[in-house]
Design a protein around this ligand. Structure first.
Ligand SMILES: [Fe+2]
Length: 190
């Protein structure tokens, strides 16, 4: 699945509140902690910004009828982190995927559902097994670092859902935070 990207250069067309979030995340990243701890602290930083109507511009809340949409709010000059808003119309979802770096997600509007998976070795290969179904309500945050970060996210509510994500990578350069897309397990509805 290709995600629509609305690229923003660093510091351009973001709200003062988003600028404050970015400054706080920059301070967290500058501490040079482990990916796990950086993700945890960035998630706690993000929490207090979620649901605030002043965080995103109207443009950054716009979806795409064809697929979930990514608005890049910021990519740090040195590539150390990026902040994006993902907009999901009802029923839209990601493929099953994992990530190139540590990752934080917080629900800014609506509600998102997530299915988590693990890779189960099977001879020389491996298959995916679902481990957990999670509903992430407005204001919830989670932070994680690879490996063990395989999941699928979807908007299971009736309105538009928006989540803010922070990645320890340069999403403007990469175009996405997705490292690998996995085929859906046999028998699981797509
Ligand atoms: Fe993800």
């Amino acid at each position: 699945m290709t995600v629509t990207t609305t690229a923003r250069t660093s510091g351009a067309r973001i709200t003062p509140l988003a600028a404050a979030l970015i400054a706080e995340v920059r301070a967290v990243v500058a501490r040079g902690l482990t990916p796990e701890l950086t993700a945890y602290l960035a998630a706690e930083t993000l929490r207090s910004y979620l649901g605030n109507a002043d965080l995103l511009t109207l443009d950054q809340c716009e979806g795409d009828p064809d697929r979930y949409r990514q608005h890049v709010l910021h990519a740090e000059e040195d590539g150390s982190f990026s902040v994006v808003a993902l907009v999901w119309l009802p029923g839209q979802r990601t493929p099953i995927h994992d990530h190139v770096s540590w990752c934080v997600a917080g629900v800014h509007q609506g509600e998102e559902s997530e299915r988590r998976y693990r890779l189960v070795p099977e001879g020389d290969a491996a298959h995916l097994a679902p481990t957990e179904d999670v509903v992430n309500p407005l204001g919830s945050v989670c932070g994680f670092a690879p490996p063990g970060d395989i999941h699928e996210v979807r908007n299971s509510c009736t309105g538009t859902a928006i989540s803010v994500h922070i990645y320890g990578a340069d999403v403007l350069r990469l175009g996405t935070s997705i490292r690998r897309v996995y085929p859906r397990p046999e028998g699981e509805r797509g």
